[in-house]
Each structure stands twice: as C-alpha cells, then as structure tokens.
Ligand binder design. Structure first.
Ligand code: ITT
Length: 189
C-alpha cells in the first residue's frame, strides 16, 4: 500500500521495490490523506500512518520536494503547490524557471529530497531519506518522469531524458526506498 495520489510516485516505488515479492497498491481514493505541513519526515509518516490505520495493512508514504539553493532551499516540502493552486507540472516548471530567470548558470544548483516512511496499523514507523543533487536548466527537456524532472539535470541529462530505471538508480526516491528495504523486509513473511 503506498499512500499517494501521485501516479508517477506509485510507478517509481513499485519498480524500486520490484525485488520484493510485494504488490504495491495505490491507496483507495476514499481514504483521506492528511494536510501536508512543512517537514518531509512528519509528512511522510502522517501519510503512511493514515493509510495503515485506514486499511489495517503495512503502508508506505513518500514526501518529497525540490530544494533550490538560489531560493534559500524553497520550495522544498511545498513543491507540489509551487506557483499556486491549479497548475499542472509544466506550468509549475515554467513558474520556477521564471523565478530563476536572473540566476546565472553556476548558481542554479538544486536537489531533490525524499523521505520514505513505513507504518503499521499499530503505529510503528520507520523512515529513510534520499537526496539527488543536480542543477536547473533554463528550458524543459525530455518527457519521461513527472513533476520537475524536465528542468532538473544530473550531469548532462535531465531526469526526464533518462529511462525509468536510470532515474530510479540515482534518484532521491530510489535512494530513500532502497534504504527503507531492511525495515520493510521485517514485515514480509
Ligand atoms: P502525494 O502527497 O499524494 O504523495 P504529491 O505530488 O502531493 O503526492 P509531495 O507533497 O511529496 O507529493 O510533493 C512532491 C512534489 O515534488 C511533487 O508533486 C513534484 O512536483 C515534486 N517531485 C517530487 N519528486 C519528484 C521527482 O522524482 N521528479 C520530479 N518532481 C518531483
């Protein structure tokens, strides 16, 4: 069970955890996820706990965001809402590029951060964090992935130009969920 409404995350987490004999299912739309605050860890735990308590199953949560050095680390945990309500991924990327228009290439460093959380219906929790360092381009490139992937480059390629498995190998989400594997294994019979 993955407590997310984001299909891109669901696809990635299912692939990252493919070595486990598990089926990662999306959370039923009728189960409310908590309002998000400004901490990755508390947000991820709150999502996983809400799903675990609602379903009676071990559940996973993901809270993630993009930290832009030229913006003092913003938007961070507020990344899903950057630019205002009602924007799609492309419009959010465009809003961020516009905010960074005057920032020179050598000051466009950024990182994706992900905290992966596991929760049981009894309230036990475990978390793991993953980080992916990169820089922001001036225009989107590539069509894979989701969110800010087309404007975030690691080396020469944006995450949206990489095959899914290559993104998972170096991404914040890949690192966080692989670090969570030992805790997850203790719940698999
Ligand atoms: P859930 O809370 O339902 O899981 P969400 O999309 O609202 O979905 P977050 O609050 O964790 O999730 O927001 C993270 C945002 O950061 C996400 O919407 C993207 O805009 C961005 N983001 C996170 N991981 C990303 C990735 O791998 N590639 C591109 N953008 C990413």
């Amino acid at each position: 069970m993955l407590a997310t409404r984001n299909p891109g995350k669901l696809r990635e987490v299912a692939a990252i955890l493919a070595e486990l004999a598990l089926r990662i299912e999306p959370l039923d739309a009728s189960v409310a996820l908590p309002e998000e605050g400004d901490g990755y860890e508390s947000n991820a735990v709150a999502k996983a706990l809400a799903a675990a308590r609602a379903t009676g199953c071990v559940a996973l949560g993901d809270d993630s965001g993009l930290e832009v050095d030229a913006l003092g680390g913003a938007p961070g945990p507020l990344s899903a809402r950057y630019g205002g309500p009602g924007l799609d991924d492309a419009a959010r990327c465009a809003a961020l590029l516009e905010a960074l228009a005057a920032v020179p290439d050598e000051e466009r460093s950024a990182r994706f951060v992900c905290v992966a959380a596991l929760a049981t219906p009894q309230g036990d929790v475990a978390t793991a964090r993953g980080v992916c360092e990169g820089h922001l381009l001036r225009a989107p490139r590539g069509s894979a992935g989701f969110g800010y992937d087309p404007i975030f480059a690691v080396g020469a390629a944006t995450l949206a130009e990489l095959p899914a498995a290559a993104k998972d190998a170096l991404s914040h989400r890949g690192r966080a969920f692989r670090a969570l594997l030992p805790a997850l294994r203790t719940h698999i019979r």
